[in-house]
Design a protein around this ligand. Sequence first.
Ligand code: CP
Ligand code: NVA
Length: 338
Amino acid sequence: MMPARMYDLTALKAPVEQTPVVCRDLVSAQDFSPEETKSLFELSHIIKHRPADFRGALAGKQLVLFFEKASLRTRLTFEAGMASLGGTSLFMDQTRSLLGEREPVRDIARNVERWVDAVVLRTFAHSTIVEMAHHTCIPVINALSDLEHPCQAFADFFTLEEKFGDLSQIHMAYVGDGNNVAHSLMLAAAALGTSISIATPEGYAPDAEIVATAKRIGRTTGAFIEITHDAVKAVTGANAIYTDVWTSMGQEAEAAARTAIFTPYQVNEQLFSHAAPHAVFMHCLPAHRGEEVTASVIDSPRSIVFDQAENRMHIQKAILLLLLGSGMRTSPPRSNHA
Ligand code: CP
Ligand code: NVA
């Protein structure tokens, strides 16, 4: 048995004597520095290939998951991942009663820290996750909000690193709605030095503050960040084309209007023909064949959607180890997206 602390995680550690021990969270993809993100990938790689070495690494630890929205991948990968590390998960179904309706989020925060070791939240409002993180001293992990989906983005770039190697040499094109998944992809790309083009219809561009943050980080890592309404321009020469649903959870009333607006942004054979010859197709799933992507693309050999789904578990196991273990208890760069 080789516990996680035996691996070299020096990039994640600040001198304990000089820095007060405070809790680290993953509310936004920008909460992990570029160095920490690279270390996360190194640990994920080891966990993926030597899972037995980490059995029992989180023995006795307990995770609570509060989900206001449906989930297959995120819930199962957290629960299975926690179990394989020797810990326990408790699922709280909040789909019928949103967090904060029965009692204030800050009171929930101050209760759960007395019982469990970390909180995973899937919410409508990003502010719910920010508030939980603000009021509790245990790690809080964003499992998707209206603003971000950081665990997804980290798994996606980890998948691309497996396929292509050096992430600073590739170009991702995201085509679709500039919301939660696009935001976290952009921030993760910036941290990893990966160039990214985001193509959306007018009125659906990513949040300007997140774009500015990604561009600022990108200037330090060499990542080129492009925001456009031209899907062909975005995908031309790209190594990976990524899309997400046109109607996210909670937007169902807008579905018909969105279908009309997003149809020119469908990822199909014709759009894919502009990408690099070896380009891969990516999607966070669930996917709607015939809407944001055609079956001929998502069911083709160039699709890596199930590799992405698999890697959700490996990356989240590494996140849990880092946040619940000893590796990331210091030096918090708090997300400023309230
Ligand atoms: N991609 C993703 O987060 O899937 P779920 O909604 O099924 O968790
Ligand atoms: N944008 C989608 C992602 C689902 C994983 C949603 O928020 O529903």
